[in-house]
Ligand binder design. Sequence first.
Ligand code: AMP
Length: 458
Amino acid sequence: MDSFDALALDPALRQAVAAAGYTTPTPIQARTLPVILAGHDLLAMAPTGSGKTAAFGLGLLQRLQPGLLRVQALVLCPTRELADQVARSLRKLAAGIGNVKLTLVTGGVPAAPQRASLVQPPQVVVGTPGRVLEMLEQGLIDPDAIASFVLDEADRMLDMGFAEAIEAIVRRLPSGRQSLLFSATWPDAIRAMARTTLREPVEVTVDEAGQQPRIEHVFHETDPARRNDALVALLLVNRPRAAVVFCNTRKEADEVAVRLRDEGFDALALHGDMEQRDRDETLLRFGNGSLSVLVASDVAARGLDIDEVDCVVNHALPSDADAYTHRVGRTARAGRTGLALSLVAPAEMARAQRIRDALGIEPRWAPTGLPPGGAARSAPRAAMATLRIDAGRVDKLRPGDILGALTGAAAVPAEAIGRIDLFPTRAYVAVRRDLAKSAAAALQAGRIKGRSRRVRLV
Ligand code: AMP
């Protein structure tokens, strides 16, 4: 199937697909959409970046009865960040259907606004298993009209200890539902979950050529005492625009980030010891192009769904092949090509061999040193920098107000302004790095939506 036209999609959905700029279905979409639209249960092997969100999103939206104001679709995701991302994609796809209400029901944020939003039932709930179960138990989600149930990144949900919560949720769902399970890896626990959750599922694994993202795997043998030097050299030689460096511990992640900043990189650490707000801010800055390197632990990176990561570096190899798959899955999304570099100490050779065998990849082995004269090269800077404004949605601030203030009084050209993110009491805007300082000063001195606001360069 090389076109969406071959599918019996609702015209409003067909239009949303075109508006998103999707011309040809990705391999996973081509294989799963006919199955999903025909109403079958599905067990699909699909990594992040394969386009699976649109596959299940189009399926559940096609089944939706817009006039029925009850919860009709439930999507479970491993993290709040992924749930956010899925919700955003679904809202875009649903834009033409009119009045589809979607509520995010995720942990890690206050429950009260979610409860309030569930009083008038949404038609679609996207959430994380723990919080969704809580709302079901409290009678705030009525499951009886759920016709579509999606388990997204099921293997990650199991890794995070959500098996029991998922089972408890499934027990409450009506038996006539359609269930779709997506997983990047296929351990036994997923097969067991499929048996209890799905009914005569169609199994889809996209063949090697279609499913394997175009990732070049390069292994670099490294003296373990000089890992950080090797990392710096790799980043200076490859000069990625946006790279994620994976560390096995939080402490290493912090140390590596400090070292990279010392070398002039726009680098920050992301790990589970950080306050949620700092994690959000770090992710936001990476996503809007203000950081060139994110140094992450495995758990923290689970919610990382940023499309334009062109390079993943394993500061050290992870202990198993599934973790390697998840890490390198952060790059080469949506048909782009990506680079996966791994520093391998002599003591980790057996690990390298296991990963190679398990995944059937043929990594290239290469030295890590800088080419002659290379040491003089300076670290590539991130293209953008982020301004934080201490005002947000509760102040009725809109992206247009920020854009207006920047292009007006601050005289920043529109093409130098990047993503704007609005929160209840804060707003962030990405501005081309060379203009960011003066833009911050001008915004601080002037007015935004008629009032002076605190603005600073983060
Ligand atoms: P996902 O695997 O659902 O996280 O999707 C990864 C990325 O692929 C997202 O940025 C989507 O917007 C994009 N995408 C999904 N379907 C298509 C398509 N048919 N053509 C081009 N890009 C797509």
